[in-house]
Design a binder for this molecule. Structure first.
Ligand code: 13P
Ligand code: SF4
Length: 305
């Protein structure tokens, strides 16, 4: 089937089966076009909770689908392509976290939402790139062990000098691979462009940036800005989406290496097969993991508001 035929079938089945499609902003344009809601990790988790449909298709990576299930245990939640995982989410094992906690007694553990549900069940609160500063600021604890991304953690710590942070050594393999040389090369090619970056990038990329924010915050900034050219320091799909949304402006990737294969693995065909009932994976979590991890995410939403 052609893209438009597939999209028409998905929209028909969505109505017929009363399904909601949520999509992370890194998904491809044809998937975004059939989604009911597109956003960053924080927006998706808030939407997952308030959406009235009884079935949700989460187009993104596994931890995002798990977050939907944690917030809506009574709903059926599907990941259209079961291979879509976030490498950062798998970096820290529960046993290693328990050892870390012993090294930092009295520290509250703030887990980036890019973690497994099993790990979240052992943490105090979740954060996303768009809620991390607000959530850590609102936490009553002064000492915070921030896992697993030290780049996001250090970015948050810089803005909260009243708190004391400890970090672990994980991170996004794609954003963390960006360096000063990528900034210098992109700026030399596009000297008038503003640099907009995700806080998963390292300090040598974040420091010279004109704006630092989540995927959606980067998109909103670029759409509202008076500037005409932008270098985008996050997954390359955001360059394509922005160019489509703002044809009068110019968008350049910080580097062509800044691509996340896991976010690109889900296709429109996967979405079609999943909604049709012949593909995808239904998210199932044990009761223990459900109760521990949902407490962590609900605390984020409380403090984030
Ligand atoms: P956002 O919270 O900005 O959507 O980021 C999710 C992510 O995985 C970025 O790489
Ligand atoms: Fe995970 Fe990085 Fe991909 Fe985001 S871009 S889903 S953090 S691997």
């Amino acid at each position: 089937m052609k893209v438009q035929e597939l999209q028409a079938e998905i929209l028909r089945l969505k109505q017929e089966k009363d399904v909601c499609i949520l999509a992370h902003a890194y998904q491809s344009e044809p998937i975004l076009e059939v989604a009911d809601y597109v956003g960053d990790s924080y927006g998706l988790s808030v939407q997952a909770e308030k959406d009235p449909h009884q079935t949700i298709l989460m187009c993104g990576v596994r931890f995002m689908a798990e977050t939907c299930k944690l917030l809506s245990p009574q709903k059926r939640v599907f990941l259209p392509n079961p291979l879509a995982g976030c490498p950062m989410a798998e970096q820290l094992e529960v046993a290693e976290l328990e050892k870390l906690k012993q090294q930092y007694p009295g520290y509250a553990v703030a887990a980036y939402i890019n973690t497994t549900s099993a790990l979240k069940a052992h943490c105090d609160v979740c954060v996303t790139s768009s809620s991390a500063v607000q959530v850590c600021k609102a936490m009553p604890e002064e000492n915070i062990l921030f896992i697993p991304d030290p780049n996001l953690g250090r970015y948050v710590a810089q803005q909260l000098p009243e708190k004391h942070f400890a970090f672990w050594h994980g991170g996004c393999p794609h954003h963390a691979a960006m360096g000063r040389e990528d900034v210098d090369r992109a700026k030399a090619l596009h000297p008038a462009a503003l640099l907009l970056v995700h806080p998963e990038c390292g300090p040598e990329v974040v420091a010279p940036a004109d704006f630092v924010g989540s995927t959606t915050a980067i998109m909103d900034f670029a759409k509202q800005s008076e500037a005409e050219e932008f270098i985008i320091g996050t997954e390359i799909s955001i360059v394509e989406h922005l160019q489509y949304a703002c044809p009068e402006k110019r968008f350049y990737p910080l580097s062509s290496r800044l691509t996340c294969p896991d976010m690109r693995i889900t296709t429109l065909e996967d979405v079609y097969r999943c909604i049709q009932g012949t593909g995808g994976e239904e998210i199932q979590l044990s009761d223990d993991v459900m109760s521990g991890a949902s407490r962590c995410i609900r605390r984020m939403i409380e403090l984030g508001n």
